[in-house]
Design a protein around this ligand. Structure first.
Ligand code: ADP
Ligand code: ADP
Length: 229
C-alpha cells in the first residue's frame, strides 16, 4: 500500500531548479533513506512531502488523496506528518515536557491529563523520562533531538520525516539518536530519512534513493543499493 507519493514534482527558487520532476513512493511501514551530495534536493523533497513547499509542477498524494498541487497545500497533510530537523527547533522557553505537550494540546485539543500521560510515555521511550522538567539549553544536542522526536510522535503522525537529524551531533550523540530512530521504525512507523549515516541506511532502510541535482538517479532495495555494480 502506497502511503505517500510525489508525482513529477518540480520545485524552483527564482531561476534555480532544485527538484526536477521527482517521482517517488513510500509504502506504509517502510523506511526509505535519501542520500546524495549536498544541494541535491533531498531536504527539499522531504519538505514537499510535509506540505511545507509550493510546487511549480506535479503533486503530492497521501493515502490516495491529493494534498499538494501547484495551487497550494491542504493543511491536513501537515497534521499527518511529523518532521525532525537538523537543528532541533525546540521551544527554548518551555520545559522538555511542555515542548512535547504543546502541539497535541493546542492543535488537537486533547485533554491535558491524557496529553501528559502520552508525553511522559514518549519521553520514557526516548530515554529522557528523568529530564522532563529541564529546559532545552540544559540538554545535550543528542538529548534535544530525542525530545524533538518525542514531540513529533506526540501528534501521532502517520509518516515521520527526518532531515539530517544527526548532522550536528558528535558520534556518541549520533548513536543515541539513531537508536531512538530504530525504535520508531520498530513501532511500524513509515519513515523517510535524509542522512549521511550509511551504516544506518544499511541496517534500517528498506530502500535507498540516491539523488543528485534535483533528480533521482537510483531507487533500489537496500541490499541491491549497497551491492557492487
Ligand atoms: P540537500 O538536502 O540535498 O542538501 P536542499 O534540498 O537543502 O539539498 O537544497 C537544494 C538546493 O536548493 C541547494 O542548492 C539550496 O541552496 C537550494 N535552496 C534550498 N532552499 C532554498 C531557498 N529557500 N531559496 C533558494 N534556494 C534554496
Ligand atoms: P540544511 O542543510 O539543514 O537543509 P540549509 O542551510 O540548506 O539547511 O537551509 C536552511 C534554510 O535556509 C532552509 O529554510 C532553506 O530553505 C533555506 N535556504 C537554503 N539555501 C538557501 C538559499 N540559497 N537561499 C535562500 N534560502 C536558502
Amino acid at each position: 500500500e502506497i502511503l505517500i507519493e510525489t508525482q513529477g514534482i518540480t520545485k524552483s527558487y527564482a531561476s534555480t531548479t532544485v527538484l526536477s520532476e521527482v517521482s517517488l513512493r513510500i509504502h506504509r511501514g517502510e523506511c526509505v533513506v535519501l542520500v546524495g551530495p549536498s544541494g541535491a534536493g533531498k531536504s527539499t523533497a522531504l519538505r514537499c512531502m510535509a506540505g511545507l513547499e509550493e510546487l511549480q509542477a506535479g503533486s503530492v498524494v497521501f493515502q490516495g488523496e491529493t494534498f499538494v498541487t501547484t495551487e497550494g497545500t491542504h493543511r491536513q497533510l501537515r497534521g499527518a506528518v511529523g518532521m525532525v530537523f537538523q537543528q532541533f527547533n525546540l521551544f527554548p522557553h518551555l520545559s522538555v515536557l511542555d515542548n512535547v505537550v504543546l502541539a497535541p494540546r493546542r492543535v488537537k485539543k486533547v485533554p491535558l491529563p491524557e496529553v501528559r500521560r502520552k508525553a511522559e510515555e514518549l519521553l520514557d521511550m526516548v530515554g529522557l523520562g528523568n529530564r522532563r522538567g529541564y529546559f532545552p539549553h540544559e540538554l545535550s544536542g543528542g538529548q534535544q533531538q530525542r525530545v524533538a522526536i518525542a514531540r513529533a510522535l506526540a501528534m501521532e503522525p502517520t509518516l515521520m520525516l527526518f532531515d539530517e537529524p544527526t548532522s550536528s551531533l558528535d558520534p556518541e550523540h549520533t548513536r543515541e539518536v539513531l537508536r531512538v530512530m530504530k525504535q520508531v521504525i520498530e513501532l511500524g512507523m513509515t519513515v523517510a530519512v535524509v542522512t549521511h549515516e550509511m551504516s544506518f541506511a544499511r541496517q534500517s532502510a528498506d530502500r535507498v534513493i540516491f539523488m543528485d541535482e534535483g533528480r533521482i538517479l537510483e531507487d533500489a532495495p537496500t541490499a541491491q543499493f549497497f551491492s557492487a555494480p
